[in-house]
Design a protein around this ligand. Sequence first.
Ligand SMILES: Cc1ncc(COP(=O)(O)O)c(C=O)c1O
Length: 393
Amino acid sequence: MDKIVYLDNAATTALDPMVLEAMIPYMTEFYGNPSSGYSIGRQTRRAIESARKQVADMLGVKPTNIFFTSGGTESNNTAISAALTDLGCTHIISSPIEHHAVLHTITHYCGDAKVTRSFVKLNASGEVDLHDLDEQLAERSAKGIKCLVSLMHANNEIGSLLNLTTVGEICERYAAIFHSDCVQTIGHYTLNFASSGVHFASASGHKFHGPKGTGILYVRDGINFTPFIHGGGQERKRRAGTENTHGIIGFTKALELAMENQVKDQAQIETLNKQMREKLNALSDEISFNSTAESLYTVLSVNFPTGTNTDLMLALLDRNGICASGGSACNTGETYGSHVIAALNKGLAGATIRFSFSKTTCAVDIDAAVEVLGKILEPVKAVDHSTAAIPAD
Ligand SMILES: Cc1ncc(COP(=O)(O)O)c(C=O)c1O
């Protein structure tokens, strides 16, 4: 295998060398604990607070609205826990295609009989039925039930998008708390949380060329919440644990680079996404797409013809150096298929594969992937999948 063609950027992205460069001094030279009162502690404290201000400026909010976390999963857990524990929400409205970091967290809290849940209806592209959301909120509000609405900004498998401002307005009408998992959009769009109507928003550094294990939770002004992680008084007593200083610096540098180059990177990625769609259309008229032209531009979710099998196709792609995903990367190794594709209810009888792109993707990557797909499509269809084992390398 000569070269790896990485088309799984919604799972994670490569660390930008400039991000690494910005992080290194905070692992070597500036190692003080930010809670220490002496000079080298104060130095890292200043770096963290300046990073917080930079992140806040980029998202149109105040530094006090930003809490550094270990990533999207922790931010989602913190927001959901805060809405139930501190803000009086007893019903959660979400969608069946949320990331497991939201879905499984909700299931956890619904084990307690005091908390109930419901899903909003989705259209065939996975977009939220706003009329249904409005009706569900109206019904609960009339009964005096306070709701948490947790809906992702962009779906990580198919790329369907949510209009944050419209959902924010609906939530406001019924005094509901609105949390959005923005893990796939922060760093890819210019966002202003002050005007978006969200109470909580989650982000993760490794989705835009930052380090893994870093993230933020945006919390709207006036929301007082108890910590999800208990211990020391870090993050203004809302998130215990010695700050991941180099991670925070890396997250901030990655967001800075993403925002500086957002327009250029989006144009490049959109072009590649469109090219791949066209080339796949030319390959077979039995290929269809779950992503639309309006979806998140980094994702292309492809349905292959009847008779193809996701696991076998992914294995053959991998053998040819192409990295892609059958659904969310977090599912790799699990035995069931994608809950997102299942929820679309399209009755697909073939493989579904997500290709996802970033600023590091180039046209030759698309050509290489389509060439391999062209070679494997017919042989895969010819295999009896009831008995087939994935061939070893
Ligand atoms: C939409 C979404 N939410 C949450 C997460 C989890 O983020 P993290 O890996 O930072 O915990 C992911 C990562 O796959 C994601 O795509």
